[in-house]
Design a protein around this ligand. Structure first.
Ligand SMILES: *Cc1c(COP(=O)(O)O)cnc(C)c1O
Length: 385
């Protein structure tokens, strides 16, 4: 019988060295026995003991762990989530290629599609993921190479229908599953080709590693590697070791953070100073049923719209004592950010409006503190508005 995710997370990626924690291989290079042996290493697929841009044993352990948790044949790590996104797009697209992507994406992903990709002749059609069939309708047969979704989306937590996306034939389907983590959902089970994470967030989970990872069928991941080895956005073995350490506790962390997120979200719903609260597992979320169908856990982020716009946000945030101001999520500390002036500050007013990033929107990343202390902190701050 296959083990449950919490059990798999404890052993995933472990090698046969008898070491319960990963060995960190800091070296950039390995020696060869002969020139012929060096040629073999230089031309081998993902050669592990040649040069660390090609592969590194510590990074491989992290990759194997993610592959196992995602139910994938193979995984490939990167120096950041954006390293993963850029490498996937540039390895599978060229001048004249077309991409279909949802209109509410992580800010840098959106900027990458609109900036460098457009400049290289890779055109993107943006669709509303909440409209059934919108991705499939925008696919141009023979031209569309990629369909890119992000679910839940950052920062408004919109849910994209994974089964509908997985049924699309022709282009490769890519899902940025960062906000869910492998504990929250498994996109490959729905027929998605590539699942992608910024492991900087929940997977790493301690705000001490910058890391990205993709997982899918071996042939597809190998072909991304063929480009990635030249692109050079490779993961550091130190960060990979921290990523692996994060995976060991991913189950308990995400479950607790999900629980606290719901407690906090419910405590804010209906408050006179709060216009809206979003979390995928909140009954009031417009795609609540879909979220429950395709997710095991609803995630660790809540989006809160405060009455009074930016000024109210600024004054609320200034009163917080437990919650810290920072942009990332998935770590032990509860964090707050104002997307319109930080994570999404580079986007046009139209893009912000499409994504629902208003002046009054705050994104909270729920950490591991006691829920009572967080509820007190937030409500005391809101009471001063
Ligand atoms: C943070 C993030 C990224 C980018 O990851 P980095 O590790 O910061 O490069 C991509 N997608 C989502 C949804 C993210 O939250």
């Amino acid at each position: 019988m296959p083990h449950k995710p919490d059990t798999s997370a404890i052993t995933a990626g472990r090698d046969n060295s008898r070491s319960l924690s990963p060995a960190i291989w800091p070296n950039s290079v390995w020696e060869s026995d002969s020139l012929a042996d060096a040629t073999k290493r230089a031309t081998g697929l993902r050669s592990e003991t040649f040069y660390s841009r090609f592969a590194n044993p510590t990074v491989t352990q992290f990759e194997n762990a993610v592959a196992q948790l995602e139910g994938a044949e193979s995984a490939l790590a990167f120096g950041s989530g954006m390293g993963a996104i850029a490498s996937v797009i540039l390895s599978l697209c060229g001048n004249g290629s077309h991409i279909v992507a949802q209109n509410n994406l992580y800010g840098a992903t959106l900027s990458f599609l609109q900036g460098p990709c457009a400049r290289f002749g890779i055109e993107t059609t943006f669709v509303d993921p909440a409209v059934s069939g919108s991705f499939a309708a925008a696919v141009i047969p023979g031209k569309t190479m990629l369909v890119i979704a992000e679910t839940p989306s950052n920062p408004r937590l919109a849910i994209t229908n994974l089964a509908e996306l997985g049924a699309i034939r022709g282009p490769f389907t890519v899902v940025d599953s960062t906000l869910a983590t492998p504990m929250g959902q498994r996109p490959l089970d729905f027929g998605i080709d590539i699942v992608l994470h910024s492991a900087t967030k929940g997977i790493g989970g301690h705000n001490d590693a910058l890391l990205g990872v993709i997982a899918g069928e071996k042939d597809l991941i190998d072909s991304v590697w063929g480009y990635a080895v030249m692109h050079g956005a490779v993961a550091s073995p130190y960060d990979a070791a921290n990523g692996l350490r994060g995976i060991r506790t991913l189950g308990v962390r995400t479950e607790r953070q999900n629980q606290t997120a719901l407690i906090l979200a419910r405590s804010l719903e209906g408050h006179a100073k709060i216009l809206s609260v979003s979390h995928p597992f909140l009954e009031s979320h417009p795609q609540h049923e879909l979220a429950r169908e395709q997710m095991r856990l609803g995630g660790t982020v809540i989006a809160v719209e405060v009455a009074g716009g930016f000024d109210a946000c600024q004054s609320l945030v200034s009163q917080l004592q437990v919650v810290r101001i920072a942009t990332s999520f998935g770590g032990p500390e509860t964090l707050v950010c104002h997307p319109a002036t930080s994570t999404h500050v580079g986007l046009s007013p139209e893009a912000l409006a499409t994504m629902g990033v208003t002046d009054g929107l705050l994104r909270f990343s729920i950490g591991l503190e006691d829920a009572d202390d967080l509820v007190d902190d937030l409500h005391r701050a809101i009471a001063t508005l």
